[in-house]
Design a protein around this ligand. Sequence first.
Ligand code: PLP
Length: 457
Amino acid sequence: MLSQTRLKTPREISELDAQHVLVPWKKQGGPRGLPITRAEGVYFWNADGKRFLDLTSQFVFTNFGHGERRVVDAIARQAAELPVMASSFVTAARAEAAQAIAEVTPGDLNRVFFSTSGAEANEAAMKFARDLTGRPLIVSRHRSYHGSTFGAMTLSRDDRSWPFEPALPGVMSAPLCDPYRCPFAPPGERCTDCAGHCVSLLEDVLQQYGPHRVAAIIVEPITGSNGLIVPADDYLKQLREVCDKYGILLICDEVMTGFGRTGRWFASELFGIVPDIMTMAKGLTGGYVPLGATVVREGLAKQWDTRPLLHGHTYSNHALACAAASAAIAVYRDDHLVERCAEVGPYLLQRAEWLMSRHSSIGDVRGKGLFVGMELVRNRTTKQRLIETGAPSPTVKDRVLAKAMEEGVYVMAGQASNVIVMTPPLTITREQIDEGVDVLDRALALADAEVETSSTW
Ligand SMILES: Cc1ncc(COP(=O)(O)O)c(C=O)c1O
């Protein structure tokens, strides 16, 4: 047994971790990351004092960076005063956090249900939609990710859920809008009329099941971890119209796109729509304390004024997490981080395009704000993915990311995609972006080596 009285070495910590901690999404016997001891701003440090640039905001949650004092202090104050009360009591922390959310969300998204994660926020959204409409079916879209709990996993459409199927009945899957991989796109090009095509494909799915039986359609306004897919400009507006036509609720999962990430408070605004239900987590507290929220339009939520809301958790409205949310929203506001993201974002996109001009393995670059993806392909003309689903690890993508890490840059690629995702804290400077891009420039040579030599670029 290891001694409890002296500081453990990094190796001892890693051994202890390997003995006892089950890590998400990984073979438990494989590599499990470096022991990290400190984080500040856009950087974090390992136990040996080596510094890493966080080009991904961890799992896209440290939107205002690491070690933000104003949020840490608010958490400490709340911890000292009243860390938690059962949801049967009112606390200032929860009332103020809900008010702050209502102020920054678009339209009349005014009523907030608090949980502790993005998946839970989506579980609530599913139940709310069925309860509010009395309809049984939910439609989600291919290549979505909405969380790993059973319901959220059913909404998610990637190979991570295959071992657990059959999943929830009553969830239908429809095509999404991906101008790069649109079935109507000419070979090697992007689709120029994607919105209309893809909304009609989705409407066709509704017709198969009966639109009057569909409670809600759930979308990530910009698909995140499954490939950073930016839809055509008009797609969400047209989808909103289809929902209105059939009385279907539109749920926007803004767990990843919320809180300034795309240069607007929420990506829904970027596309000029107000969803009926919006879900959020991650940037809501910058990840400092786990918190999810499901926000419902005033007119809909009124239904629960006269009948019970049949949903809840022991930790609904957790005071410590709610205090972190209010402080986080104040930081976004006081430091104008949303505006900052809109200003610096185009520079990140431009640098990604520069990488594409130098690396044949990048088939497409896309993004909004500080939410930018680079899709890896074997062949730019056929758009064949560099790594096929189910390819054994370490894949070339894993090797690119490992090489970047070796050189001091932490960057992520979707579990089920070929897309390298750059989502740094909204506080990043142009110089720090350059620092990350220079390292990626070297690491991507590993991917170029796998490209078909006949590929034109
Ligand atoms: C769009 C989206 N929705 C939901 C989730 C699930 O959130 P959580 O991991 O907090 O359950 C994620 C997580 O990455 C996400 O990206």
